[in-house]
Design a protein around this ligand. Structure first.
Ligand code: NDP
Ligand code: OXD
Length: 306
């Protein structure tokens, strides 16, 4: 069995060593143009040329959860596209979102300013019931985040394409329930895949539905958010702030106003990193299952876009 590795932005050697150690029966190599046809591919942002040449792949494994960039490419017709499912990302996402939420809710930034200036002063405790948290996307990551937020006793709402039933989470589904979901939320967390249906979903119309003084946490994709709409809602005071991990253009261009906005906290697309060992173990397990003729989870529905 041949496995071709083609990932921009990743040092290939540890991945190649890890794949070889986990699948000793496989011939694992770094892709270069003209390489022999492989059975499986492990990819992150490969060039179109990779799929133009590797036409006999049974499956291409993305080493991330989001496949929006891959779906812009032409894939060979019989190649299954497989995304990463959790592999250590969901607990990181839960940490990140809870940190952003609690930092804002407990006003820790204001306390930091106070204490740095030598002030021993208290703020009135906020009432948790007044801070309902709405999570867009109840997939692998959204569900884990909902559970973590609920553990801190915030009211939690979730919105997805199909109806879900999750203990402790008030679930909404589909376009018809979007406005009800948003208007019941004060903090909005975006964990949707980027598709033609979800692009620009964090726009003025939708963000205006959040309760006054709302807060946005976008950890999904930059193209979910209409940047200027967020800036206007922050400046008008309807939104109190935002934590953003993802941007339309990454790295965020130096001149972008988000860098310097006092109500925006930003991080460089780091909320849930791909962990090499967990990722290799998951991919190797799926390759072995496919070789045994078994079906696997995480196969992307190309028509749906995730
Ligand atoms: P999943 O595919 O497991 O979950 C996607 C969820 O979004 C599902 O609940 C799905 O609904 C819902 N959804 C999809 N389309 C719509 C729609 N049109 N309307 C309403 N709900 C919709 O994905 P993951 O949880 O694994 O990952 C989510 C995203 O997080 C990734 O696509 C990626 O963009 C981002 N991500 C960001 C990272 C970072 O570091 N910033 C790291 C990892 C991922 P249903 O359940 O009905 O199918
Ligand atoms: C992912 C990401 O999709 O890192 O996994 O953004």
């Amino acid at each position: 069995m041949r496995i071709s590795f083609c990932c921009v932005d990743s040092r290939p050697e540890p991945w190649l060593d890890g794949l070889r150690a986990t699948l000793p029966q496989a011939e694992v190599s770094l892709w270069a143009s003209g390489a022999p046809q492989a059975d499986y591919a492990v990819v992150w942002a490969p060039p179109q040329q990779f799929f133009d040449e590797q036409t006999r792949l049974k499956a291409a494994f993305n080493i991330g959860a989001g496949v929006d960039a891959l779906l812009k490419l032409r894939l060979p017709p019989h190649t299954a596209l497989v995304r990463l499912e959790d592999a250590g990302m969901s607990v990181q996402m839960a940490e990140y979102v809870c940190h952003a939420l609690i930092r804002h809710f407990r006003e820790f930034d204001a306390y930091e300013t106070d204490t740095r200036e030598g002030r021993w002063s208290f703020r009135k405790p906020r009432v948790r019931a007044d801070w309902p948290v709405g999570i867009m996307g109840l997939g692998v990551l959204g569900k884990r985040v909902a559970k973590a937020v609920a553990a801190f006793e915030f009211p939690v709402m979730g919105w997805s394409r199909s109806q879900h039933a999750i203990e402790g989470v008030r679930c909404f589904a589909g376009g018809a329930q979007l406005i009800d979901f948003l208007s019941a939320s004060k903090v909005l967390v975006c964990l949707l895949p980027l598709t033609s249906d979800t692009c620009d979903i964090l726009n003025r119309r939708n963000l205006s539905q959040l309760q006054a003084g709302g807060y946005l946490i976008n950890v999904a994709r930059g193209a979910h958010l209409v940047d200027d709409d967020l800036l206007q809602l922050l400046d008008s005071g309807h939104l109190a702030g935002a934590t953003l991990d993802v941007f339309r253009s990454e790295p965020l261009p130096a001149e972008h106003p988000f860098w310097r906005h006092s109500k925006i906290m930003l991080t460089p697309h780091t909320s849930a990193r791909t962990l090499r060992e967990e990722t290799i173990a998951q991919i190797a397990g799926k390759i072995l299952a496919l070789e045994r003729g078994q079906s696997i989870r995480g196969v992307v529905d190309v028509g749906r876009g995730y």
